[in-house]
Design a protein around this ligand. Sequence first.
Ligand code: LHQ
Length: 261
Amino acid sequence: MEFSTIKAESVHNVLTITLNRPKSLNAFNSKMIKETTSAFKQAAKDNDVRSVVITGSGRAFSSGQDLKEVSDRQDDFSIGQHLRQGYNKLILAMISLEKPIIAAVNGVAAGAGCSVALAADIRIASENASFIQVFSRIGLIPDSGSTWLLPRLIGYARAYEMAITSDRITAEKAISWGLVNQVTPAVQLMEIVEDWAKTLSTGPTLAYGLTKRAMVRGYSQSLVQSLEYESQLQELASRSEDFNEGVQAFFKKRDPVFQGK
Ligand code: LHQ
């Protein structure tokens, strides 16, 4: 599929999505929201894709909503509808994708751009990266999943602080808050992310996907419900070829070769 606001490239079972509007620091206009959502939906259908990387071109990850598009809006423009028809679908496509998503945060991630980074499963940040909730600077509340994702990732106090101050959280602070998994020297970011993606795309993809499903479901259910849900999903995982391969490899004292099924 051809895209004009993003690049999507699949190599060795890894799909890399690059937000590609560098002049506006990869601000999301309606087209980029749609195209990014399509890329994630395609990744869900394509069995050859076993992990996804999302990053930004140029010096930023994403500056969030394209404010030019909002200021050029017609009188009947509704932000609520813009969210329902756009960002909400994008965030749901990411959270429901049963394959690991790595955000390679190469620079600033602001507003909805920050939300998209939060919706990834793993965040690897360049030392130049930063996270700004930014919404309150323009009199808005966090959207695109940030009110749900951020307190779960770093706890309510820090999440609320980020939301109401709109302060820039540096990569150094982000790692100490548990907002990112790893901070890298700027020049090594993509090399290190490629290593992560390569490892993940040769892993037991079905188990990785079911793990994500169980953890996301776990956010909104009791321990008793989660124990039951784990039992059901483990039943599925235990019938996979990868489980069989994993056990055989253990007894033969060799590395497993997972097929992702
Ligand atoms: C931009 C943008 C941008 C357009 C930089 N748009 N051009 C959802 C639903 C509907 C409505 C509202 O919102 C939402 C969700 C949201 O995402 S709300 C939050 C929207 N985003 C922002 O408010 C962030 C605005 N940008 C900034 O605060 C700064 O640009 C940051 C802190 C991201 C980076 O600062 P600097 O590194 O100093 O870069 P800069 O400000 O000089 O920007 C570079 C260029 O990018 C500049 O254009 P120019 O032609 O002067 O070079 C900016 O105008 C443009 N740009 N963000 N969101």
